[in-house]
Design a protein around this ligand. Structure first.
Ligand code: NAD
Length: 472
């Protein structure tokens, strides 16, 4: 049980002026595992004032100092890998092996990558009679979701530190405890007071206070499209920079010259990672009509061995949904797929066999899904894969782009030029060819309703910088 009653402001743990606490529930057991305090607008004011006061000195810190802190942050995350992975698995329900790799390993590597990137980052360039200089944007408000909680946080905190920005973080209500461990780490490694501040609380209240605050120069938001729109609206009167990393409904296109069996098998994993609760999950599989049966048979076979259960059991692939609300929402989509006439290939309604508590759903696959069906159009954010057939490559591209989102995508082909042509035609911020792995130095972000920001690597650092031209 991890009960935290204070927030981290100006290098100190302090009581909130808000009232009450937020309980954190283990979604696999429905047990209470901890709580965090409810902060309010006064706490945001204090945290922003601390970040503002720390900015002049931190923005002038040397690159070597920032590299030292980023490397120390990475080393501290590494030292606490097992503890943080177990905590995040208890908060989110992520299977423990995946938790160690993605929930802790990625933030560890991303922190270190920003220290390394500063070795070669170009802060100043000359254009004719002008010197162009990049400067930290100032105080950043950060609002993050629960699904990859520490990864989403470090995707903002590490480049902001590297840029010379100061910050106020508001973590999600569902998985806030890892953010408190991060604040402990920041304190241990001696980050100067006010550079990093943490205020937990309710999304709308803290989010609105941060977004509308005149002393916040930028809001970096990751979460649902609807909350991202609210944040943008609240931020507009102060004309601050708003970067949004939002939802997705990404397509995975199997072309007719692909290794069909391999592509079909991998399609299960690229949809069901983190129990399908992944913004870039490839949840719409598009297959050539004459390979439909082969794909369906392969997936049925893969699903028969796809284990669901206790995320602490190393053999388990799929854990619970993060909350009862999420379980109800995903179950509703499974029912709608059945009601709207899609063919059930695996899974379906109700709890998985042998489980009678926890917020589980059955990992589910539907075939013969048409573009007018709800499960083709809406982000489900759970382990539900849809299979849709197409006749021509052109139709496949049209179907892939037939979404208000544009976050990610996949293409499978034995001809790299052909795959590259399809990848270029997809209106999305990321595309993976033949299962090409995630790259922590490549920009991550969306087109359309999936957002307007780019995180990770040099592009992720640029988000936290202003550009000034000095003419001589
Ligand atoms: P959410 O929008 O409910 O919450 C995200 C954060 O915003 C939380 O901290 C929440 O407390 C806060 N919040 C909620 N309402 C707010 C409001 N009106 N104003 C300000 N802040 C508010 O999203 P979630 O359920 O935590 O996460 C799931 C969503 O996030 C999915 O849509 C997923 O696709 C998206 N996501 C996107 C990315 C990406 O990089 N593009 C990554 C992860 C998750």
């Amino acid at each position: 049980m991890m009960q935290r009653s204070e927030v981290y402001i100006n290098g100190n743990w302090v009581s909130t002026s808000g009232k009450g606490k937020i309980d954190v529930i283990n979604p696999a057991t429905e047990e209470l595992i901890g709580s965090v305090p409810v902060g309010d607008a006064n706490d945001v004011n204090d945290a922003v004032a601390a970040a503002r006061a720390a900015f002049p000195s931190w923005s002038q810190s040397t690159v070597e100092e920032r590299q030292g802190y980023l490397n120390a942050l990475s080393a501290s995350i590494a030292e606490r890998t097992d503890e943080i992975a177990e905590l995040i698995s208890s908060e989110v329900g992520t299977p423990i092996n995946y938790s160690k790799m993605a929930m802790v390993g990625t933030p560890r590597v991303v922190s270190r990558s920003y220290a390394k990137l500063l070795d070669t980052f170009v802060w100043e360039t000359e254009v004719r009679n002008s010197l162009i200089v990049k400067e930290p944007i100032g105080v950043v408000g950060m609002i993050t979701p629960w699904n990859f909680p520490l990864h989403q946080i470090i995707g903002k905190v590490a480049p902001a530190l590297a840029a010379g920005c100061t910050m106020v973080l508001k973590p999600s209500k569902e998985a806030p405890l890892n953010a408190f461990i991060l604040a402990d780490i920041m304190d241990d490694i001696g980050i100067p007071a006010g550079v990093f501040n943490l205020v937990s609380g309710h999304g709308r209240e803290i989010g609105d206070s941060l977004a509308s605050h005149p002393e916040v120069d930028m809001v970096s938001f990751t979460g649902s499209t609807s909350a991202g729109v609210s944040v943008s609206q609240a931020a507009a009167p102060t004309v601050k920079r708003v970067t949004l990393e939002l939802g997705g409904k990404s397509a995975n296109v199997i072309l007719d010259d692909a290794d069909i069996a391999k592509a079909a098998k991998m399609a299960v994993y690229s949809c069901f990672n983190n129990s399908g609760q992944e913004c870039s999950s490839l949840s719409r599989l598009l297959v050539p009509v004459n390979h439909r049966d082969e794909v369906v048979d392969t997936i049925k076979n893969t699903m028969s061995r796809y284990s669901v259960g206790n995320p602490m059991d190393e053999s388990i692939r799929c854990g619970p949904m993060v909350s009862e609300r999420q379980q109800k929402s995903v179950s509703g989509y499974i029912s709608s797929g059945i009601a709207e006439g899609a063919t059930l290939v695996a899974g379906g309604e109700g709890m998985p066999e042998g489980l009678d508590n926890g917020y589980f759903v059955k990992p589910t696959v539907f075939a013969d899904v048409t573009p007018d069906m709800t499960i083709f159009r809406e982000e489900i954010f759970g382990p539900v894969l849809t299979i849709t057939t197409y006749e021509t490559e052109e139709e496949a591209i049209t179907l892939a782009n037939d979404s208000e989102y544009g976050l990610s995508g996949g293409v499978w082909s034995s001809n790299e030029d052909r795959a590259m042509g399809v990848a270029r035609a997809l209106r999305t911020g990321q595309v993976s060819i033949n299962g090409g792995p995630f790259n922590i130095s490549a920009p991550f972000g969306g087109y359309k309703l999936s957002g307007n920001g780019r995180e990770l690597g040099v592009y992720g650092l640029d988000e936290f910088l202003e550009v000034k031209s000095i003419q001589r």
